[in-house]
Ligand binder design. Sequence first.
Ligand code: FAD
Length: 453
Amino acid sequence: MAKRIVIIGGGPAGNQAATTAARLGAEVTVVERDVMGGAAHLWDCIPSKAMIATGGALAEMGRATGMGMRSVSPELDRAALAARIAGIQDRLSSSVTGLLESQGVTLISGTAKLVGPHEVEVTHVGGGSDLLSADVIVLATGSRPRIPDWAPVDGKRVLTTRDAYPPPEQPEHLIVIGSGVTGVEFVHMFRSFGSTVTLIVSRQQVLPQKDPEVAAALEANFLERGVGLFKGARAESIEVGDDGVVVACSDGRRAVGSHVVLAIGSIPNSDGLGLEDVGVAVDHGYVVVDHNCRSSVPHIYAAGDLSGRLPLSSVASMQGRKIAEHAMGLHTAPHRHLDYDKAASAIFTEPEIADVGLAEADAFSEGRKVRVTKVPFSASAKALINDDARGFVKIVSDPATGVVLGGSIVGKNAAELISVIALAVNAGLLVTDLEETVLVHPALAEAIAEAAE
Ligand SMILES: Cc1cc2nc3c(=O)[nH]c(=O)nc-3n(C[C@H](O)[C@H](O)[C@H](O)COP(=O)(O)OP(=O)(O)OC[C@H]3O[C@@H](n4cnc5c(N)ncnc54)[C@H](O)[C@@H]3O)c2cc1C
């Protein structure tokens, strides 16, 4: 008899686990309370990047003179933008649904919870409930924005990231609270659309988790574009008036604007899942998992944001795939485990930022000897052709063996270009492998080969 796998949540983690398990012969059911594709399609990766792409197109047109054209003054059409985002979401969600159905996965619209170690109760969207039995259960319920009790979120003036695609009205002056990846992407997005933007940064560096040189490049861009920075300021309260908001910070400073958006992290969707009743251990709401994404109950796995590991769609998908393989008895050897330290990630700002593996600053703080080589895009023919020579490529390698350990790219198409270094880091390639590959000319990727020299 085929193994019965029930997956709760149809985001990247859930749907990748489902397609892989179905391909390997399992009988798979996915329960999703909202839309297939998950928060990633509905609120996070897709709408935010669609907004950023529109902002990028506006900026490109603004740079027309640099490309030998007369200047043009495009205007944002908010209704068309909203329709564009909805169109992309519909297409992606239908394609996920179509793929799962074509593989024989059963899709159920409803809210699921564990009622026994092998039993999942589903309350259907239209009413009524069902009991599903499973040999393996995958929890992939994701996360939602964290809203502190001092933030009176109303979806009009005080927004979470979910209210912003696009917001009910164009903010004249947006205050962004939080300077991690989501916060800086929102700064870039709304500045591209012409809003005045103030960013509240709780530390002294935007992107506090990133290499200081990379963060400094972004900060310089923000200052050049007139973004107000409140550094070392912790937001404590928000006052909402008839025509604006005031954010009070712990050091006495007050930011005055028309709207405010919270970008201060997320909390896991683990409440109401019945985890404690069946003995699944949690830590601050996240399911505690081992290197195979198995919870404290061996046949119950958790993936994606709920697992408390790297909160990225790409990581969630890979975890889903690995779970399905493991549950079906494949690839259990240690080398098949997901190495979170080697996951590539990007920040879709201007300039774009991407990195993978060991960062120079981390090597330094660990006292580890590394070789760091850096090439600016100002030396790249393609960057000059693009009329955008901002940024650089940095490669971190082992001085003794030449193995590529990590890299950062700041500049146009960084999110695409980092794939080359990511492959090198994950495959254990040497700097000479990068250096000796004949690449396309002219191309931005040539800077990677040069940085490897
Ligand atoms: C603004 C923003 C931008 C982002 N941009 C990127 C990006 O560019 N690249 C990237 O890699 N990552 C990005 N992320 C992170 C990424 O969105 C998440 O890491 C990813 O969505 C996690 O996938 P998941 O499958 O764990 O959960 P989700 O995508 O959240 O899906 C979980 C699903 O489970 C469903 N669910 C929850 N509880 C139940 C229940 N009890 N019963 C049934 N269904 C349930 C939910 O409805 C949801 O559809 C971004 C995050 C934010 C906030």
